[in-house]
Design a protein around this ligand. Sequence first.
Ligand code: GCO
Ligand code: MG
Length: 403
Amino acid sequence: MSRITAARVIVTSPGRNFVTLKIETAEGLHGVGDATLNGRELAVASYLTDHVIPCLIGRDAHRIEDIWQFLYKGAYWRGGPVGMTAIAAVDMALWDIKGKAAGLPVYQLLGGACRDGVTVYGHANGETIDDTIAEALKYKALGYKAIRLQTGVPGLPSTYGVSRDKMFYEPADNDLPTENVWSTPKYLNHIPNLFAAAREALGWDVHLLHDVHHRLTPIEAGRLGKDLEPYRLFWMEDATPAENQEAFRLIRQHTTTPLAVGEIFSNVWNCKDLIQNQLIDYIRATVLHAGGISHMRRIAALADLYQVRTGCHGATDLSPVTMAAALHFDMSIPNFGLQEYMRHTAETDEVFPHGYSFEDGYLHPGDAPGLGVDIDEARAALYPYRRSYLPVNRLEDGTMFNW
Ligand code: GCO
Ligand code: MG
């Protein structure tokens, strides 16, 4: 028994907003969990403070699964991004406490290491194809084994994935949503040129990835996948919105380009049909938005039965707490595929001191007991919350579209 004596939510904005849950026990241990839901941060903060924390006080911090079930089933209104992010924060914090109590890094409690390090991919973004390739060459020189390529589309004023701050791509850029303009034909004409040029410049011994960011219909996605087949992508991500999981069958029928999806999924039910029908190759759900380490282990176990591998989301709006938790998870599962890694700013790294480290294209969670990450509350207090939204997207004729 390790009694939970206190828990609180810390909101900080060292360049961008992060929501962190800190849980304390009677033994003097504490654990941290990430609760950041980009653009809807305070909804999760309130869900935790007003509805979850009162139920945690007095419980045994070691009963991780029982607390998970209590919060999931006990809400009656199950699932959804706000609720599942809140549960994830509790789950991460409790694994952190258990690791500290045992004196072991969390991956050891999850069955031990299945690999020596976690292969990650970086983001090469640029206004033009040449700019994107110049960025990609920098990642290659840093030792990255896999690189995601995004580029501006001629004729469109802005495009998803292209930013001013190269290493720290940050889409939540305004206190009210910025409006972007989109044209599918312009995009579809341009992207194969990017990958043709990329193979010329980067060669074939580096994995290349691309994020469509939910912008195509299934038949358009089938066509893009087919057009990209000569360049052997590691994956094509979020080719079409996935509310209708059946949509991926159509894409699959038309292309052998591997498919990845799931960064906005909240639970196993969002990907059950995609996995069981082998309609995807990589599941991108992650410990933060899909119920924590405990629930991600269920998703990965289901995926493993169908030769689907993981490709956890790891953008900068997931705090270093999530990055640490994701790495322990990635180390411990048999069907790990690839981990996204967008570096945080120096200010963020100072607020969240952490033991994970990058070397030669791999991340390692380190061997400190627990998750190996913490929050410096004094530093966090220097950066108050700032309202900030993701952009929205309209077609050239003004119709609201997917961002
Ligand atoms: C990715 C993502 C992100 C999201 C962001 C939204 O593949 O990394 O698409 O960049 O847009 O996480 O908050
Ligand atoms: Mg994405």
